[in-house]
Design a protein around this ligand. Sequence first.
Ligand SMILES: C[S@@+](CC[C@H](N)C(=O)[O-])C[C@H]1O[C@@H](n2cnc3c(N)ncnc32)[C@H](O)[C@@H]1O
Length: 461
Amino acid sequence: MQSELYPSPHFEGVEKRIEINFRVAADDNKSTGGIIPVAGGLRCLSRAALDVCMTAAECEIVSVRSNEKFDAYVLSESSLFVFADKIVLKTCGTTKLLSAVDPILERAASIERLKLVPSSVRFTRSTYLFPEEQREHHVSFTDECEFLEGRFGHLGSNSSYVMGSNFDDAQWHVYVAGDFVEETKSEASLSVECCMTSLHREHSQHFFRENSQEEGLTAVPFVSSEKTTHDSGIQSIFESFSIDDYVFEPCGYSMNGLNEEYSGEYSTIHITPEDGFSYASVEHSNVDLNANSAFSVSNFVEKCANVFQPGKMTFAVTCHGGRETTNAFFSSLTSTNKDLFCVGETYSRPSMCFQQLPKDQGFVAYLTFVKTCDEEGPGRDKGLNIGSVVVSESVNVGKKVAYDPRSETPMCILDAAMSSGDSSETDDSLRDSSTDEFVSYDQHDELAGQLLQRQQRSSFV
Ligand SMILES: C[S@@+](CC[C@H](N)C(=O)[O-])C[C@H]1O[C@@H](n2cnc3c(N)ncnc32)[C@H](O)[C@@H]1O
Protein backbone atom coordinates (compact mmCIF):
# COMPACT_ATOMS: atom_id res chain seq x y z
CA MET A 1 0.00 0.00 0.00
CA GLN A 2 2.62 2.51 1.01
CA SER A 3 4.78 1.88 -2.02
CA GLU A 4 2.14 3.82 -3.97
CA LEU A 5 2.58 6.77 -1.66
CA TYR A 6 6.36 6.97 -1.27
CA PRO A 7 9.18 7.33 -3.75
CA SER A 8 10.22 3.87 -4.78
CA PRO A 9 12.41 2.26 -3.76
CA HIS A 10 12.32 3.85 -0.35
CA PHE A 11 14.49 2.91 2.56
CA GLU A 12 13.55 2.02 6.14
CA GLY A 13 15.99 4.01 8.22
CA VAL A 14 14.64 2.94 11.61
CA GLU A 15 16.97 0.43 13.22
CA LYS A 16 16.42 -2.55 15.45
CA ARG A 17 19.06 -2.99 18.12
CA ILE A 18 20.02 -5.89 20.36
CA GLU A 19 22.57 -5.88 23.15
CA ILE A 20 23.49 -9.28 24.60
CA ASN A 21 25.73 -9.55 27.66
CA PHE A 22 27.52 -12.84 28.26
CA ARG A 23 29.09 -14.68 31.17
CA VAL A 24 31.21 -17.79 31.44
CA ALA A 25 29.06 -20.95 31.59
CA ALA A 26 28.74 -22.42 35.10
CA ASP A 27 30.74 -25.56 34.32
CA ASP A 28 33.66 -23.50 33.00
CA ASN A 29 33.59 -21.03 35.86
CA LYS A 30 36.02 -23.01 37.99
CA SER A 31 38.77 -23.21 35.40
CA THR A 32 38.52 -19.56 34.36
CA GLY A 33 37.34 -17.96 37.59
CA GLY A 34 34.54 -16.52 35.50
CA ILE A 35 36.87 -13.92 34.08
CA ILE A 36 36.67 -12.99 30.42
CA PRO A 37 39.90 -11.28 29.32
CA VAL A 38 39.21 -7.85 27.80
CA ALA A 39 40.99 -8.80 24.57
CA GLY A 40 39.41 -12.27 24.49
CA GLY A 41 35.92 -13.67 24.85
CA LEU A 42 33.66 -12.72 21.96
CA ARG A 43 36.51 -10.75 20.40
CA CYS A 44 38.14 -14.11 19.60
CA LEU A 45 35.37 -14.90 17.15
CA SER A 46 36.87 -15.05 13.70
CA ARG A 47 35.86 -12.69 10.94
CA ALA A 48 34.36 -15.68 9.13
CA ALA A 49 32.19 -16.42 12.19
CA LEU A 50 30.97 -12.83 12.37
CA ASP A 51 30.29 -12.87 8.63
CA VAL A 52 28.04 -15.90 9.07
CA CYS A 53 26.08 -14.05 11.79
CA MET A 54 25.75 -10.90 9.66
CA THR A 55 24.68 -12.91 6.62
CA ALA A 56 21.90 -14.40 8.72
CA ALA A 57 20.70 -10.85 9.41
CA GLU A 58 21.16 -10.00 5.72
CA CYS A 59 23.84 -7.37 6.02
CA GLU A 60 27.60 -7.28 5.65
CA ILE A 61 30.65 -5.74 7.25
CA VAL A 62 32.10 -2.80 5.31
CA SER A 63 34.70 -1.51 7.78
CA VAL A 64 36.24 -2.17 11.20
CA ARG A 65 38.12 -0.17 13.83
CA SER A 66 39.26 -1.36 17.27
CA ASN A 67 40.56 -0.10 20.57
CA GLU A 68 41.60 -1.92 23.74
CA LYS A 69 38.01 -2.58 24.83
CA PHE A 70 36.04 -3.36 21.66
CA ASP A 71 35.84 -3.83 17.91
CA ALA A 72 33.46 -1.55 16.00
CA TYR A 73 32.15 -2.69 12.62
CA VAL A 74 30.32 -0.49 10.14
CA LEU A 75 27.74 -2.62 8.32
CA SER A 76 25.97 -2.18 5.01
CA GLU A 77 22.94 -1.59 7.24
CA SER A 78 24.19 0.07 10.45
CA SER A 79 26.69 -1.28 13.02
CA LEU A 80 28.08 -4.10 15.14
CA PHE A 81 30.10 -3.66 18.35
CA VAL A 82 31.93 -6.62 19.84
CA PHE A 83 33.27 -6.45 23.39
CA ALA A 84 34.84 -9.39 25.23
CA ASP A 85 31.56 -10.03 27.05
CA LYS A 86 28.97 -8.15 25.01
CA ILE A 87 27.64 -7.85 21.48
CA VAL A 88 25.61 -4.90 20.24
CA LEU A 89 24.02 -5.32 16.83
CA LYS A 90 22.04 -2.55 15.19
CA THR A 91 20.53 -2.99 11.74
CA CYS A 92 18.07 -1.06 9.60
CA GLY A 93 16.15 -1.53 6.38
CA THR A 94 14.37 -4.86 6.13
CA THR A 95 17.28 -6.75 7.67
CA LYS A 96 16.47 -9.72 9.89
CA LEU A 97 18.43 -8.79 13.00
CA LEU A 98 16.87 -11.47 15.18
CA SER A 99 17.95 -14.17 12.71
CA ALA A 100 21.52 -13.41 13.77
CA VAL A 101 20.77 -14.32 17.40
CA ASP A 102 21.05 -18.12 17.09
CA PRO A 103 24.35 -18.03 15.16
CA ILE A 104 25.74 -15.56 17.71
CA LEU A 105 24.67 -17.71 20.69
CA GLU A 106 26.03 -20.86 19.05
CA ARG A 107 29.41 -19.31 18.33
CA ALA A 108 29.69 -17.73 21.77
CA ALA A 109 28.97 -21.10 23.38
CA SER A 110 31.73 -22.74 21.38
CA ILE A 111 34.53 -20.33 22.35
CA GLU A 112 37.31 -22.50 23.70
CA ARG A 113 37.52 -22.73 27.52
CA LEU A 114 35.02 -19.93 28.13
CA LYS A 115 31.80 -21.26 26.61
CA LEU A 116 29.94 -17.97 26.89
CA VAL A 117 26.23 -17.97 27.66
CA PRO A 118 23.89 -14.96 27.73
CA SER A 119 23.36 -13.23 31.07
CA SER A 120 21.11 -10.35 29.97
CA VAL A 121 19.61 -8.87 26.84
CA ARG A 122 18.05 -5.60 25.75
CA PHE A 123 16.21 -5.16 22.45
CA THR A 124 15.08 -1.66 21.43
CA ARG A 125 13.66 0.11 18.44
CA SER A 126 11.51 3.03 17.40
CA THR A 127 8.34 2.60 15.31
CA TYR A 128 9.14 1.42 11.80
CA LEU A 129 8.33 3.92 9.05
CA PHE A 130 7.22 1.06 6.78
CA PRO A 131 6.15 -1.68 9.21
CA GLU A 132 4.38 -3.75 6.56
CA GLU A 133 7.72 -4.36 4.85
CA GLN A 134 9.39 -6.01 7.83
CA ARG A 135 9.98 -9.74 7.63
CA GLU A 136 10.33 -12.89 9.65
CA HIS A 137 10.52 -12.17 13.39
CA HIS A 138 10.07 -8.41 12.84
CA VAL A 139 6.53 -8.33 11.49
CA SER A 140 5.31 -6.84 14.76
CA PHE A 141 6.63 -6.12 18.24
CA THR A 142 4.62 -9.08 19.46
CA ASP A 143 6.55 -11.33 17.05
CA GLU A 144 9.83 -9.80 18.14
CA CYS A 145 9.01 -10.39 21.80
CA GLU A 146 7.90 -13.95 21.15
CA PHE A 147 11.21 -14.71 19.53
CA LEU A 148 13.17 -13.01 22.30
CA GLU A 149 11.20 -14.83 24.99
CA GLY A 150 12.07 -18.12 23.30
CA ARG A 151 15.79 -17.37 23.45
CA PHE A 152 16.14 -15.28 26.61
CA GLY A 153 12.95 -15.70 28.69
CA HIS A 154 14.72 -18.26 30.89
CA LEU A 155 17.08 -15.50 32.14
CA GLY A 156 14.22 -14.09 34.21
CA SER A 157 13.34 -10.45 34.99
CA ASN A 158 11.95 -10.32 31.48
CA SER A 159 9.52 -7.65 30.36
CA SER A 160 8.56 -5.54 27.39
CA TYR A 161 7.32 -1.97 27.08
CA VAL A 162 6.03 0.40 24.43
CA MET A 163 6.77 3.93 25.57
CA GLY A 164 5.31 7.19 24.29
CA SER A 165 1.90 8.23 23.08
CA ASN A 166 -0.14 5.66 21.22
CA PHE A 167 -1.18 8.43 18.84
CA ASP A 168 2.35 9.25 17.92
CA ASP A 169 4.27 7.80 14.99
CA ALA A 170 7.40 7.17 17.06
CA GLN A 171 7.00 4.98 20.10
CA TRP A 172 9.90 3.33 21.87
CA HIS A 173 9.85 -0.47 22.05
CA VAL A 174 11.89 -2.21 24.72
CA TYR A 175 12.38 -5.86 25.65
CA VAL A 176 14.71 -6.76 28.53
CA ALA A 177 15.63 -10.00 30.24
CA GLY A 178 18.26 -11.12 32.71
CA ASP A 179 20.02 -9.36 35.47
CA PHE A 180 22.36 -6.50 34.60
CA VAL A 181 22.99 -5.72 38.27
CA GLU A 182 24.34 -9.12 39.31
CA GLU A 183 27.03 -8.93 36.70
CA THR A 184 27.99 -5.31 37.16
CA LYS A 185 27.29 -4.29 40.72
CA SER A 186 29.59 -1.33 40.77
CA GLU A 187 29.32 -0.22 37.15
CA ALA A 188 26.54 2.01 36.00
CA SER A 189 26.28 2.65 32.33
CA LEU A 190 24.18 4.94 30.25
CA SER A 191 23.12 4.91 26.63
CA VAL A 192 21.24 7.54 24.67
CA GLU A 193 19.54 6.63 21.41
CA CYS A 194 18.24 9.50 19.31
CA CYS A 195 15.97 9.06 16.27
CA MET A 196 15.21 11.96 13.93
CA THR A 197 12.80 12.42 11.03
CA SER A 198 11.96 15.28 8.64
CA LEU A 199 15.61 16.23 8.28
CA HIS A 200 16.70 19.67 7.10
CA ARG A 201 16.95 19.35 3.30
CA GLU A 202 19.92 21.71 2.96
CA HIS A 203 21.85 19.85 5.68
CA SER A 204 21.01 16.49 4.09
CA GLN A 205 22.95 17.51 0.97
CA HIS A 206 26.12 16.59 2.88
CA PHE A 207 25.18 12.94 2.67
CA PHE A 208 24.86 12.59 -1.10
CA ARG A 209 27.77 11.52 -3.27
CA GLU A 210 25.90 12.76 -6.30
CA ASN A 211 24.65 16.28 -5.88
CA SER A 212 20.97 16.96 -5.97
CA GLN A 213 19.89 19.08 -8.91
CA GLU A 214 16.94 20.45 -7.00
CA GLU A 215 16.33 24.15 -7.21
CA GLY A 216 16.89 26.12 -4.05
CA LEU A 217 19.34 23.62 -2.60
CA THR A 218 23.05 24.35 -2.44
CA ALA A 219 25.01 21.36 -3.69
CA VAL A 220 27.74 20.02 -1.40
CA PRO A 221 30.38 18.33 -3.60
CA PHE A 222 31.52 15.02 -2.14
CA VAL A 223 35.25 14.98 -1.33
CA SER A 224 35.74 12.31 1.35
CA SER A 225 33.89 10.69 4.24
CA GLU A 226 36.17 12.53 6.70
CA LYS A 227 35.24 15.87 5.16
CA THR A 228 31.55 14.95 5.29
CA THR A 229 31.92 14.13 8.99
CA HIS A 230 33.65 17.43 9.65
CA ASP A 231 31.59 19.76 7.45
CA SER A 232 28.21 18.34 8.46
CA GLY A 233 28.99 19.10 12.13
CA ILE A 234 29.00 15.43 13.14
CA GLN A 235 32.59 15.61 14.40
CA SER A 236 31.51 18.41 16.76
CA ILE A 237 29.01 16.09 18.50
CA PHE A 238 31.77 13.59 19.25
CA GLU A 239 34.92 15.67 19.62
CA SER A 240 37.07 13.18 21.50
CA PHE A 241 36.13 10.22 19.31
CA SER A 242 38.08 8.46 16.62
CA ILE A 243 35.55 8.20 13.78
CA ASP A 244 35.21 5.46 11.19
CA ASP A 245 32.88 6.96 8.58
CA TYR A 246 31.37 5.80 5.33
CA VAL A 247 29.33 7.66 2.70
CA PHE A 248 27.25 5.30 0.57
CA GLU A 249 26.67 5.46 -3.17
CA PRO A 250 24.59 7.39 -4.24
CA CYS A 251 23.74 8.59 -0.72
CA GLY A 252 23.57 7.58 2.92
CA TYR A 253 26.01 7.90 5.77
CA SER A 254 27.18 5.65 8.60
CA MET A 255 29.84 6.09 11.24
CA ASN A 256 31.15 4.45 14.39
CA GLY A 257 32.96 6.55 16.98
CA LEU A 258 35.42 5.20 19.57
CA ASN A 259 35.98 7.51 22.51
CA GLU A 260 39.71 8.08 22.92
CA GLU A 261 39.32 9.44 26.43
CA TYR A 262 36.93 6.82 27.88
CA SER A 263 37.77 3.75 25.86
CA GLY A 264 34.58 1.73 26.52
CA GLU A 265 32.33 4.48 25.15
CA TYR A 266 31.14 4.39 21.60
CA SER A 267 28.88 6.33 19.28
CA THR A 268 27.18 5.50 16.03
CA ILE A 269 25.31 7.60 13.48
CA HIS A 270 23.29 6.45 10.47
CA ILE A 271 21.64 8.76 8.00
CA THR A 272 19.08 8.22 5.27
CA PRO A 273 19.00 11.65 3.60
CA GLU A 274 16.48 11.04 0.82
CA ASP A 275 13.45 13.32 0.65
CA GLY A 276 10.17 11.70 1.58
CA PHE A 277 11.57 9.29 4.16
CA SER A 278 14.61 11.05 5.61
CA TYR A 279 15.83 9.66 8.91
CA ALA A 280 18.92 9.82 11.09
CA SER A 281 19.92 8.14 14.30
CA VAL A 282 22.61 9.15 16.75
CA GLU A 283 23.61 6.87 19.59
CA HIS A 284 26.08 7.47 22.42
CA SER A 285 26.49 4.33 24.51
CA ASN A 286 28.35 2.56 27.23
CA VAL A 287 28.96 5.79 29.09
CA ASP A 288 30.45 4.80 32.44
CA LEU A 289 28.75 7.19 34.85
CA ASN A 290 31.43 6.73 37.48
CA ALA A 291 34.32 7.55 35.13
CA ASN A 292 32.61 10.14 32.91
CA SER A 293 30.52 11.90 35.53
CA ALA A 294 30.42 15.09 33.45
CA PHE A 295 28.34 13.43 30.73
CA SER A 296 25.21 15.50 30.15
CA VAL A 297 22.11 14.24 28.39
CA SER A 298 20.84 17.77 27.80
CA ASN A 299 24.09 18.77 26.05
CA PHE A 300 23.75 15.75 23.84
CA VAL A 301 20.14 16.64 22.98
CA GLU A 302 21.16 20.20 22.16
CA LYS A 303 24.06 19.12 19.94
CA CYS A 304 21.86 16.73 17.93
CA ALA A 305 19.26 19.47 17.48
CA ASN A 306 21.83 22.04 16.38
CA VAL A 307 23.57 19.80 13.88
CA PHE A 308 20.57 18.07 12.28
CA GLN A 309 17.72 20.55 12.92
CA PRO A 310 15.16 17.79 12.34
CA GLY A 311 11.41 18.32 12.30
CA LYS A 312 11.10 15.76 15.03
CA MET A 313 13.46 13.92 17.35
CA THR A 314 13.10 11.35 20.10
CA PHE A 315 15.59 10.35 22.78
CA ALA A 316 15.63 7.13 24.76
CA VAL A 317 17.95 7.34 27.74
CA THR A 318 18.70 3.96 29.31
CA CYS A 319 20.62 3.70 32.52
CA HIS A 320 21.49 0.38 34.04
CA GLY A 321 23.97 -1.37 36.30
CA GLY A 322 25.12 -0.10 39.74
CA ARG A 323 21.94 0.71 41.57
CA GLU A 324 23.13 3.69 43.57
CA THR A 325 24.62 5.51 40.63
CA THR A 326 21.67 4.90 38.34
CA ASN A 327 19.25 6.01 41.04
CA ALA A 328 21.28 9.16 41.69
CA PHE A 329 21.49 9.90 37.98
CA PHE A 330 17.77 9.59 37.42
CA SER A 331 16.85 11.55 40.51
CA SER A 332 19.06 14.33 39.19
CA LEU A 333 17.14 14.18 35.91
CA THR A 334 13.77 14.18 37.53
CA SER A 335 14.28 16.54 40.45
CA THR A 336 15.70 19.40 38.43
CA ASN A 337 13.42 21.82 36.68
CA LYS A 338 11.16 20.69 33.91
CA ASP A 339 13.12 22.60 31.28
CA LEU A 340 16.08 20.29 31.66
CA PHE A 341 15.70 18.91 28.18
CA CYS A 342 14.36 21.99 26.42
CA VAL A 343 16.17 23.04 23.29
CA GLY A 344 15.98 26.82 23.10
CA GLU A 345 12.67 28.03 21.80
CA THR A 346 12.75 26.14 18.54
CA TYR A 347 11.58 22.81 19.91
CA SER A 348 8.64 21.93 22.06
CA ARG A 349 8.68 18.77 24.11
CA PRO A 350 5.21 17.33 23.88
CA SER A 351 5.97 14.15 25.74
CA MET A 352 8.28 12.62 28.27
CA CYS A 353 7.80 9.31 30.01
CA PHE A 354 9.74 7.17 32.34
CA GLN A 355 9.98 3.43 32.89
CA GLN A 356 11.62 1.59 35.72
CA LEU A 357 13.01 -1.76 34.57
CA PRO A 358 12.41 -4.89 36.64
CA LYS A 359 14.59 -5.96 39.51
CA ASP A 360 16.71 -2.81 39.68
CA GLN A 361 17.90 -3.24 36.11
CA GLY A 362 17.71 0.51 35.73
CA PHE A 363 15.52 3.05 34.01
CA VAL A 364 14.48 4.26 30.59
CA ALA A 365 13.40 7.83 29.94
CA TYR A 366 11.78 8.60 26.59
CA LEU A 367 11.44 12.15 25.30
CA THR A 368 9.97 13.58 22.13
CA PHE A 369 10.73 17.00 20.62
CA VAL A 370 8.97 18.73 17.73
CA LYS A 371 10.27 21.76 15.83
CA THR A 372 8.00 24.70 16.51
CA CYS A 373 8.92 27.04 13.69
CA ASP A 374 10.73 26.94 10.38
CA GLU A 375 12.97 29.57 8.87
CA GLU A 376 12.80 30.70 5.22
CA GLY A 377 14.49 28.53 2.59
CA PRO A 378 14.19 25.01 1.23
CA GLY A 379 13.08 23.88 4.68
CA ARG A 380 12.85 20.30 5.72
CA ASP A 381 11.75 17.06 4.25
CA LYS A 382 8.05 16.77 4.92
CA GLY A 383 8.79 13.12 5.43
CA LEU A 384 5.70 11.15 6.00
CA ASN A 385 3.57 14.28 5.73
CA ILE A 386 2.84 13.76 2.09
CA GLY A 387 -0.85 14.22 2.20
CA SER A 388 -2.26 10.84 2.93
CA VAL A 389 -3.42 9.07 6.02
CA VAL A 390 -0.91 6.45 6.99
CA VAL A 391 -1.71 3.37 8.97
CA SER A 392 0.88 2.92 11.62
CA GLU A 393 1.74 -0.11 13.67
CA SER A 394 0.44 -0.08 17.17
CA VAL A 395 1.33 -3.44 18.54
CA ASN A 396 0.69 -2.68 22.15
CA VAL A 397 -3.03 -2.44 21.64
CA GLY A 398 -3.09 -5.22 19.09
CA LYS A 399 -4.72 -3.13 16.38
CA LYS A 400 -3.78 -0.55 13.81
CA VAL A 401 -4.26 3.13 14.54
CA ALA A 402 -4.83 5.76 11.87
CA TYR A 403 -3.34 9.20 12.28
CA ASP A 404 -3.09 12.16 10.00
CA PRO A 405 0.55 12.63 9.00
CA ARG A 406 -0.18 16.10 7.65
CA SER A 407 -0.31 17.41 11.16
CA GLU A 408 3.00 19.10 11.94
CA THR A 409 2.60 18.41 15.63
CA PRO A 410 0.49 15.30 15.88
CA MET A 411 1.23 14.76 19.54
CA CYS A 412 0.51 18.27 20.70
CA ILE A 413 -3.14 18.08 19.87
CA LEU A 414 -3.51 14.99 21.99
CA ASP A 415 -2.95 14.38 25.62
CA ALA A 416 0.71 13.59 25.69
CA ALA A 417 0.49 12.17 29.18
CA MET A 418 -1.53 9.25 27.95
CA SER A 419 1.29 6.92 27.33
CA SER A 420 0.25 4.03 25.11
CA GLY A 421 -3.06 2.30 24.87
CA ASP A 422 -2.27 -0.86 26.75
CA SER A 423 -2.13 0.09 30.39
CA SER A 424 -0.59 -3.25 31.32
CA GLU A 425 2.47 -2.38 29.29
CA THR A 426 2.78 1.33 29.72
CA ASP A 427 0.90 2.63 32.70
CA ASP A 428 4.24 3.26 34.37
CA SER A 429 4.44 6.58 32.61
CA LEU A 430 5.36 8.75 35.56
CA ARG A 431 4.73 12.14 34.09
CA ASP A 432 2.14 14.41 35.64
CA SER A 433 0.61 16.09 32.61
CA SER A 434 -0.67 19.07 34.58
CA THR A 435 2.80 20.12 35.68
CA ASP A 436 4.85 18.33 33.03
CA GLU A 437 7.06 16.95 35.77
CA PHE A 438 7.87 13.49 36.97
CA VAL A 439 6.02 12.27 39.99
CA SER A 440 7.33 10.24 42.87
CA TYR A 441 6.80 6.51 43.11
CA ASP A 442 4.20 7.05 45.80
CA GLN A 443 2.16 9.23 43.51
CA HIS A 444 2.55 6.82 40.67
CA ASP A 445 -0.35 4.47 41.33
CA GLU A 446 -2.73 7.36 41.76
CA LEU A 447 -1.55 9.02 38.56
CA ALA A 448 -1.74 5.77 36.62
CA GLY A 449 -5.37 5.40 37.72
CA GLN A 450 -6.16 8.94 36.60
CA LEU A 451 -4.49 8.41 33.26
CA LEU A 452 -6.37 5.22 32.68
CA GLN A 453 -9.70 6.90 33.42
CA ARG A 454 -8.87 9.75 31.05
CA GLN A 455 -7.72 7.30 28.45
CA GLN A 456 -11.02 5.46 28.66
CA ARG A 457 -12.88 8.76 28.28
CA SER A 458 -10.94 9.81 25.20
CA SER A 459 -12.14 8.79 21.77
CA PHE A 460 -10.09 8.65 18.62
CA VAL A 461 -11.14 7.69 15.14
C1 LIG B 1 23.59 4.38 5.37
S1 LIG B 1 22.35 3.34 5.61
C2 LIG B 1 21.96 3.97 7.17
C3 LIG B 1 20.72 3.48 7.68
C4 LIG B 1 20.35 4.06 8.98
N1 LIG B 1 19.71 3.16 9.84
C5 LIG B 1 19.57 5.32 8.82
O1 LIG B 1 19.73 6.21 9.59
O2 LIG B 1 18.78 5.44 7.92
C6 LIG B 1 20.98 3.86 4.69
C7 LIG B 1 21.19 4.91 3.65
O3 LIG B 1 22.19 4.49 2.74
C8 LIG B 1 21.63 4.33 1.43
N2 LIG B 1 22.33 3.17 0.85
C9 LIG B 1 23.09 3.19 -0.26
N3 LIG B 1 23.61 1.98 -0.49
C10 LIG B 1 23.19 1.17 0.49
C11 LIG B 1 23.38 -0.21 0.80
N4 LIG B 1 24.12 -0.99 0.06
N5 LIG B 1 22.77 -0.72 1.88
C12 LIG B 1 22.03 0.07 2.67
N6 LIG B 1 21.82 1.38 2.42
C13 LIG B 1 22.38 1.93 1.36
C14 LIG B 1 20.14 4.20 1.64
O4 LIG B 1 19.40 4.64 0.50
C15 LIG B 1 19.95 5.14 2.80
O5 LIG B 1 19.95 6.47 2.41
